[in-house]
Design a binder for this molecule. Structure first.
Ligand code: URA
Length: 433
């Protein structure tokens, strides 16, 4: 196969053979195809799309391009969850101990974050000495014994996707649906679970801004998962404002503890319970999603989920008593109130700007080399639909710096206040099961 012929074939809207897609992934990973040809190929896919079979083949080939986790030594159905990303999203830490408490093994690989706030691993490192570098045997043993472990991703997971994603980023081909879907799903497939729950975010703070696009992405990923024998379901959830009240690593961890203790904000609790319910169904512990929700709520109320979380923190090297004394987890030196200058209803909160504000305080990284300040971040005191009077707090900044004028300005920009109470947006738009 000559790469130029493959590019022409896709450019002209023809279907690619499995062997052609596999050869592209193999040769591109091995640097036998130059970036200019891979760019043209990605652009042809951008315009012509890929059918279900092509997308599944691309996903499988990218998953096989590097290390693949073999979780067969873990008993039971391994169910993973993936979120397409959003501000204040800490559902992983809530739903994992819930489903683990029900006996569904959680063997999760996660990464660090770039941008807004830290990633899963960064948030966990708010617990001092928390270890995420686990070798495969230790990881599997922890999951078999305690049903839950989270480890950092190996450097060689889906190298084909790493290379292609970096190329798409600079060739205006990120937003090609089959390429996004196969990029996300290849990492999930390589991570070895039997079933996958996808949380596809929609709204101003999400990768997909509108519902039709989010639905298309969700459906494409569900089709790929099912085609590759991983039972996959998708929930499309709102990311038009941050999720929960806390944005920033230790702040988010404290909110997780609140929810696992039976409190916490309604949105983050409801979404976590719903996602957990789908995982419980896929893991064979609930007949249907309603029964899954009831079980998830029971596991929170009777403290079993919190017990699993405490044990998980201890197993991976940190101090479990912090779960009962979250005030001892990293605290910033200052708190700064940002108050509203006008009365009315909160009609919008731009999640991306709240994320940027947290990042400016030090909660996120601008470059891979930056270090994170776990203690800092943004605490939202008013969410969309809330009534505020002049001088009421919109947010509290948790800062380790004296100068926060620019951050305060960004917060003011991110909030819209209006005279009319806005219509309520659903937290979950639709589900694909
Ligand atoms: N996230 C991914 O992992 N890949 C994409 O292509 C887009 C978002």
């Amino acid at each position: 196969m000559r790469m130029v012929d493959l590019i022409a074939k896709k450019r002209d809207g023809q279907l690619l053979e499995n062997s052609e897609i596999e050869a592209f992934v193999r040769n591109y990973t091995a640097e036998r195809i130059p970036d200019y040809q891979a760019s043209a190929f990605a652009m042809a896919i951008y315009f012509q799309g890929m059918n279900e079979q092509e997308s599944a083949t691309l996903t499988k080939a990218m998953a096989a391009s590097g290390d693949q986790l073999d979780l067969s030594r873990i008993d039971g159905t391994k169910v993973d969850k993936h979120s397409t990303g959003g501000v204040g999203d800490k559902t992983t830490f809530i739903l994992s101990p819930i489903v683990a408490a029900a006996g569904v093994p959680v063997a999760k690989l996660s990464g660090r974050g770039l941008g807004h706030t830290g990633g899963t691993i960064d948030k966990l490192e708010s617990f001092p000495n928390f270890r995420t570098e686990l070798d495969q045997d230790a990881f599997i043993e922890l999951v078999n014994k305690h049903k839950m472990a989270i480890a950092g991703q190996s450097g060689n997971l889906t190298p084909a996707d790493k290379k292609l994603y970096a190329l798409r980023d600079v060739t205006a081909t990120v937003n090609a649906m089959p390429l996004i879907a196969s990029s996300i799903m290849s990492k999930k497939i390589a991570a070895g679970s039997d079933a996958i729950v996808l949380d596809v975010k929609v709204g101003s703070g999400a990768f997909m801004n509108d519902l039709p696009a989010a639905k298309e992405l969700a459906q494409t990923m569900v089709n790929i998962g099912n085609e590759l024998d991983r039972r996959t379901v998708a929930v499309i959830s709102d990311m038009d404002q941050p999720l929960g009240s806390m944005v920033g690593n230790a702040l988010e961890v404290k909110e997780v503890i609140d929810v696992l203790r039976g409190g916490g904000p309604d949105d983050i609790r409801r979404l976590s319970v719903r996602l957990a319910a789908h995982m419980l169904v896929l893991g064979g512990k609930a007949e249907n999603v309603e029964a899954g929700e009831a079980l998830a709520n029971t596991l929170i109320q009777d403290g079993r989920a919190l017990n699993v979380f405490r044990k998980f923190i201890a197993n991976q090297g940190s101090d479990p008593s912090l779960v009962d004394h979250p005030e001892r987890i990293a605290q910033a030196e200052h708190t700064v109130m940002v108050n509203t200058s006008e009365p009315g209803y909160v009609t919008g909160i731009e999640a991306t700007k709240i994320g940027q504000a947290a990042s400016m305080l030090g909660a996120g990284r601008m470059t891979k080399e930056d270090t994170i300040d776990h203690a800092v971040g943004v605490e939202l005191k008013a969410k969309v639909g809330d009534r505020v009077e002049k001088g009421d707090p919109l947010v509290v900044l948790h800062a380790n710096q004296d100068e926060t004028t620019e951050v305060e300005a960004l917060i003011n920009e991110s909030y819209s206040i209006g005279a009319q109470k806005p219509d309520e947006r659903p937290l979950i738009f639709t589900e694909m099961v």
